[in-house]
Write a protein that binds this ligand. Structure first.
Ligand SMILES: [Zn+2]
Length: 273
């Protein structure tokens, strides 16, 4: 059986030990996403600064592959607009983020990563910063369309209006909607199915069970950060395997788990697990 965590980080708490826990619990595949630039002790004064982030992340993913099958997702966290913008101005920040996403796209083309990550702030920002963030996200859609890859999105809290707006932008950029993944999604499977954006459900509480009752068009994630200051946040590395085993106990069959953890992942990311 395949058990995939669609969005996890490794930092400096358990590192590969976290993946060993995931594996012991039954986990087989993981998409590892790089953290914001501050976790790599750099200030990204230009797009190229992100090469350091991406290169160290790719090295980490290579190590991770000694434990489970791991894939790299390269992203520019939407909060970078505030971090960079406070020092260099918001327009410059947006340009740096777009340049960095282009580098991420090149890495995907070279087969070193499977997807890129973008989005827009989850906290309140000025109208100007919101506009610029939307431009950055739109550019991520264009890049992903060109290199034919998926985009994971970190966005504001879920609302139907919000994802409809994002879907409109994605359509304008020409990217297929099932390649646009809402990371940290609630189990609103029907809404996502109607709008077209693909949900990566955060495995909190009974989200996975609720999602499974609603349908089978979703993936599952922990958003584990591996930060010694926040051990176990957002959810521990064993969570997805545990939730999948709970589904089996509740009467869902192995084919259902394979749909969530294999077929959906293969379809969204265009990869063969
Ligand atoms: Zn994350």
């Amino acid at each position: 059986m395949f058990i995939t965590d669609d969005h996890m980080h490794l930092y400096r708490y358990k590192r590969l030990e976290a993946l060993k826990e995931f594996k012991r619990a039954g986990g087989t595949h993981v998409l590892l996403v790089n953290l914001p630039s501050r976790y790599y002790d750099i200030f990204p004064a230009e797009g190229k600064s992100f090469k350091h982030v991406f290169d160290s992340h790719i090295r980490l993913v290579e190590e991770a592959n000694t434990v489970v099958r791991a894939y790299a997702v390269l992203g520019v966290h939407p909060a970078e607009i505030t971090i960079i913008g406070e020092k260099l101005g918001y327009e410059a920040a947006a340009e740096i983020m777009k340049d960095a996403l282009e580098i991420a796209g090149k890495y995907v083309e070279e087969g070193r990563a499977v997807a890129i990550k973008s989005g827009r702030p989850h906290y309140t920002v000025s109208g100007e910063v919101w506009e610029l963030s939307n431009e950055v996200m739109f550019h991520a859609f264009e890049i992903a369309k060109d290199v034919d890859c998926a985009v994971q999105l970190h966005t504001e809290s879920f609302s139907r209006k919000g994802i409809e707006e994002i879907a409109e932008m994605a359509k304008k950029a020409g990217i297929k909607l099932h390649r646009v993944v809402k990371h940290f999604a609630p189990p609103a499977i029907d809404v996502f199915e109607e709008v077209g954006i693909f949900p990566s459900v955060i495995a909190m509480g009974d989200n996975v069970l609720k999602a499974s009752i609603a349908g089978d068009r979703f993936t599952v994630e922990t958003d584990y950060i591996d930060d010694p200051n926040r051990p176990g946040a957002v959810l521990g590395p064993k969570t997805v395997p545990k939730k999948m085993k709970e589904l089996l106990k509740k009467g869902f069959d192995e084919d259902f788990v394979m749909k969530i953890c294999k077929d959906n992942v293969e379809k969204v990311y265009g990869i063969e697990l």
